[in-house]
Structure formats: C-alpha cells, structure tokens
Ligand binder design. Structure first.
Ligand SMILES: Nc1ncnc2c1ncn2[C@@H]1O[C@H](COP(=O)(O)OP(=O)(O)OP(=O)(O)O)[C@@H](O)[C@H]1O
Ligand SMILES: [Mg+2]
Length: 387
C-alpha cells in the first residue's frame, strides 16, 4: 500500500470511530466566547457537574490546548485515563456520572509549554473524541479557548451537531464579542443554544446577598436583539474563584448559595433548550435542506453530477439562511450531508435509489417532479405546500 493510501485508510478508520462515538452522545454543547476570561471554563465545569448531579451521564472535554483549566477546576489533576478491557483508553472518571478529558494529564509535566501548530491541534482534538472511549452520554460539554480559532473550528467540523453556548459579561464591548461568536456559528453552521451572562451583579462575601455594584442585565436584551435564547445570569461571587482554585465547583460545594441556584436555573434552561432543539429537528420545525444544484440558479436531477449543493436553514417554515457548499469529489454523499448537518435533501422523483439509501441513513427526503427549476423557487413551493 502506498503511504498516501495508508494514510487515508487510517483517516477513514478514525472517521468511523468518531461517528460511532458521536452517535452515542445525545447532546453536544460547546462553550465559547469572543473574549478571554469571561468564565467559560467556570461555566463549563459547573454545568457539567450540575448535570451529573441530576443523574445525567456527562462528559466534559477541555479543548483548550494552551491553557487547560478543567483538571484544576475539578480538583482532578492526579486522575489518569482509564484502560478498558478491550485495550482502548477511556476518558477520566471523575464521578460515576461524569467523565472528563484534557490535554493536561497527557503531557509529561505540569506547565510544559507546548507549541501547537494548527494541524496538530486538529488531530489532537479529533483523537480526544474518536480514539477515547466516552461511552453513552446524555451531554458532552466542551470547553473551548476564547475566540474563533482552530479549536472551536475543529469542534464545529468534527461534531457537526454540536450546539454553541455563548458566554458574555455585562460590559459594552462584549456586544461586539457576542456578535463575532454568532457570526462564527453562522459560518460553520453551528446552531446556537443560547447566551449566558456571567459576572452579572455581585454576591457580598459577608452576607451572601446580591449587591448591584456593577452594571448587569444587558445579556437578556442582547439575546433578544440577536434572536437567540437567554439562558440566565451568574453573579460575581468570590466563592467561584475559591472553589475553582480548590477544585470543588460551587454547584457541588455550596449548593444552597444564590450562585449555585443561578447555575441550577441555567442548567434547567439548558436541559429544556436542548430537548426543544432536538424536538424541533424530529418535528421538522427546524430543517436544513440540501438541494443538489448544477449552478446556483439550476436544480440538478442527475445523481451522477451531484457535487454542488444549496443548503437552506428553515425554522418554523421560514427561510433563515441559504448557503452553497461543494462536496469533495471522493466523499460519499451521505458523509457530506452529515458533515453539513443536513436534515433533509430535495431530490428529483427519478432518484429512487439515492433516496432509499439516504433515508436508511436518517436523512429525510423531499421529492420534486421539476427538472431544471430554480432551487429557491423549489424551496418556496415546498414551504408553501407545508405551511
Ligand atoms: N461568576 C464569577 N464570580 C467570580 N469569579 C468568577 C466568576 N466566573 C469566573 N470567575 C473567575 O474568573 C477567572 C476566569 O474564569 P475562567 O477561567 O472560567 O474564564 P475563561 O473564559 O475560561 O478564561 P479563558 O478565556 O482564559 O479560557 C477565574 O479566576 C474564575 O474563577
Ligand atoms: Mg477557559
């Protein structure tokens, strides 16, 4: 076998493992922000621990390769990866319901400075998901570094059905940051779960009551303006820092505190938002319809020529965004559609074998009798028939 073929065989194998693993995880949530230090890792850890305390099976994946903070925040720097009976490595067990993984336990010594180049980051993150056994999970929470670099991009590509959870603080500048994050999500076609406002108001270290020292509350308005869900706000609380440093997340350490209760509310909202988004797909309230095209203005009815696709995001029978994507020549149609997170495809009535194959892979099929129609018109007709 040539080196090139061997390499692609390894990648194919890894792709298969990745898909298998991802199919066992019900909801995937990537915590992101435009700006550093807004509390992503804090939010990720408390959400993961909070969900696990409610008997969900949870995974927490730290894809921050330069500044991993999850092991410290969990107080689990000494824990090691587990070896499964079949020889595979499993994520690190933190509690019966919570597993996590970070680059930190895989590095030789604490504080080892590693310079990661883009492609290595990508393959490390893919291995975190594909090569490590996570088992069946209700939630995988992913803690990303700030911004829209290689790490969130790799997560978006590797886990096409992940939702983004955007964290912001109540400062003016964060508006621009949230907009950047939303733009990123639109570009990589990641659905947005919602927005959390962290460090919103202040909990007095002496009496434990909320004080309005700082500006707060802009998050809700911002979410409304941007048309995304507001998942709640978390106050500034010195115990967050303290519990983070001691490795005992506040939701577990002080469950009665107002801050832990604020996290509880955020978690309740996350549970209902994920269920809702899942249901929207099942009930076809949310659809991403792929339409094979010959040119942006012309539908393609011949499956031999399927290489360009228009993608329409539909919510409640209204068109949100349209995009065009090219399928790589050597990629199978079903793999391409899954990578694009297409829920549906519009095919010509004669494409019966393609339709059968895609249906068996969970992609729903709409049929049209038209041959050379404009794809936008086809979608409008489809929506008006359904509406
Ligand atoms: N609600 C809060 N109250 C008080 N301190 C907080 C709160 N949220 C986060 N912090 C503190 O702010 C600091 C930054 O938080 P954290 O590391 O979670 O942010 P981050 O967004 O993950 O940062 P980075 O962008 O570097 O990954 C930490 O010391 C953390 O303990
Ligand atoms: Mg962080």
């Amino acid at each position: 076998m040539s080196v090139k073929k061997e390499k692609s065989a390894i990648l194919d194998q890894q792709d298969k493992k990745l898909k298998e693993q991802l199919s066992k995880i019900k909801h995937k949530i990537m915590v992101m922000s435009g700006k550093g230090g807004v509390g992503k890792s804090t939010v990720a850890v408390n959400i993961a621990v909070g969900l696990s305390l409610q008997d969900f099976m949870v995974g927490l994946l730290d894809v921050d390769l330069h500044g991993p903070s999850i092991p410290k925040m969990l107080g689990a720097r000494d824990l090691k990866l587990t070896r499964r009976p079949d020889g595979r490595l499993g994520a690190i067990k933190y509690s019966p319901n919570l597993k996590f993984l970070s680059i930190e336990p895989l590095l030789p010594a604490e504080d080892s400075a590693i310079i990661w180049r883009g492609p290595i980051k990508i393959s490390a993150i893919r291995q975190f998901i594909g090569d490590i056994d996570w088992g069946e999970l209700d939630y995988l929470v992913i803690d990303a570094p700030p911004g829209t670099g290689d790490e969130p991009l790799t997560v978006a590509k590797t886990i096409p059905d992940a939702y983004a959870l955007i964290v912001t603080t109540p400062q003016e500048v964060s508006l621009i940051d949230v907009k950047k994050s939303i733009k990123f999500c639109q570009k990589v076609k990641m659905r947005i779960l919602g927005l959390i406002e962290n460090m919103s108001g202040f909990i007095c270290p002496h009496c434990g009551k909320p004080l309005d020292l700082f500006k707060r509350g802009g998050g809700q308005k911002l979410a409304e303006e941007m048309g995304i869900r507001f998942l709640g706000k978390i106050p500034v609380d010195p115990r967050v820092v303290d519990t983070g440093d001691r490795g005992k997340p506040i939701v577990g350490a002080y469950p009665e505190s107002l801050t832990a209760q604020a996290f509880e509310e955020v978690i309740r909202n996350i549970i209902s938002a994920t269920e809702e988004m899942h249901k929207e797909v099942l009930e076809e309230k949310y659809m991403r319809i792929a339409v094979p095209i010959a040119t942006p203005q012309k539908f393609e009815a011949n499956p031999e020529k399927f290489d360009l696709f228009a993608l329409y995001d539909i919510e409640n029978n209204k068109l949100l965004v349209k995009d065009v994507a090219k399928k790589p020549e050597n990629q199978a149609l079903v793999d391409f559609l899954q990578e694009q997170v297409a829920t549906h495809i519009l095919l010509h009535a004669s494409n019966t074998s393609v339709a059968d194959e895609l249906t068996s892979q969970g992609i729903r099929v709409f049929i049209t009798e038209e041959i050379e129609a404009n794809p936008d018109n086809l979608i409008h007709t489809l929506l008006s028939q359904r509406g």
